[in-house]
Write a protein that binds this ligand. Structure first.
Ligand SMILES: [Zn+2]
Ligand SMILES: [Zn+2]
Length: 259
């Protein structure tokens, strides 16, 4: 099984950890761990020790599993980058051709709405990648990390979206020189075809999403920024008109189809 699937599994397990923790607490209570019963079913010390072990050991297991999966992922990326010997093509026309269609996540930030990748780079709906490490690079460079990234699988993009609340799903086409990696593509230029909004409000997660609102976010180290969310009628009602945009207005600001 790939490290991507392992990572997804681990995150899903962490999500059910609180439920398991409550079940364990309930079991400890029922077994007499919190009462002064004279003759409990299982000795109180055993219950309490098991509880401590659970609270201490399980998160530790999660941390170790994350470290291992992270290392495996780094190794896979390195191995992928070391395949440059395969890139000896006599002419650009000999390069294999493949349509690079994919999905990615982006935030909408700024007073004037701007697409911002999860790594913090801003881009237009149609743009060429720039390398932040080496200005001489024309991305993507095989040995570097530059270029536009996209997942080839929408389910993987959706899963990443579920652990990045506030991010929007983008449907993109990548052009120019591109590389395939385990999860999708990395390429020179990117055209965003559409922004797929979540069906439910990003605040209450219950009612249908209707209108974009902007929130002032305070970060560490004196950083602060405006971030746009799509909310339901109720969760957006307290916002000033200046801090709201309809879907059509947002679509115009980003020059992008919003569905
Ligand atoms: Zn680079
Ligand atoms: Zn709401």
């Amino acid at each position: 099984m790939s490290y991507v699937q392992n990572r997804q599994r681990l995150i899903r397990l962490i999500r059910i950890y609180p439920v398991i923790a409550i079940a364990v607490l309930a079991a400890a209570y029922l077994l007499g761990g919190f009462t002064d019963q004279v003759d409990p079913l299982i000795p109180q010390e055993v219950v309490i020790t098991a509880l401590y072990l659970f609270v201490g050991a399980v998160p530790l297991v999660f941390i170790i599993a994350f470290l291992i999966i992270g290392r495996v992922g780094d190794k896979a990326a390195l191995k992928n980058n070391n395949h440059t010997d395969k890139l000896n093509y006599q002419s650009g026309f000999d390069l294999p051709v493949e349509q690079m269609h994919g999905y990615k996540l982006a935030l909408i930030t700024g007073r004037t709405p701007t697409l911002t990748g999860l790594t913090g780079d801003t881009y237009l709906s149609d743009s060429s990648a720039k390398c932040s490490i080496n200005s001489e690079h024309v991305p993507p460079v095989a040995q570097c990390e530059c270029g536009f990234y996209a997942y080839s699988d929408i389910d993987e993009a959706r899963f990443e979206g579920s652990i990045n609340p506030g991010a929007f799903l983008l449907d993109v086409d990548l052009y120019g020189v591109g590389f395939k990696y385990a999860r999708g593509y990395r390429a020179e230029t990117q055209v965003v075809n559409e922004l797929i909004t979540p069906r439910r409000c990003q605040f209450c997660r219950t009612l249908p999403a209707k209108v974009f609102v902007t929130i002032y976010k305070l970060g560490y180290d004196d950083t602060s920024w405006w971030q746009w969310q799509i909310r339901c009628v109720i969760c957006s009602s307290s916002f000033k008109e200046a801090d709201k945009l309809s879907v059509a207005q947002m679509s115009e600001k980003l020059s992008l189809l919003i569905t």
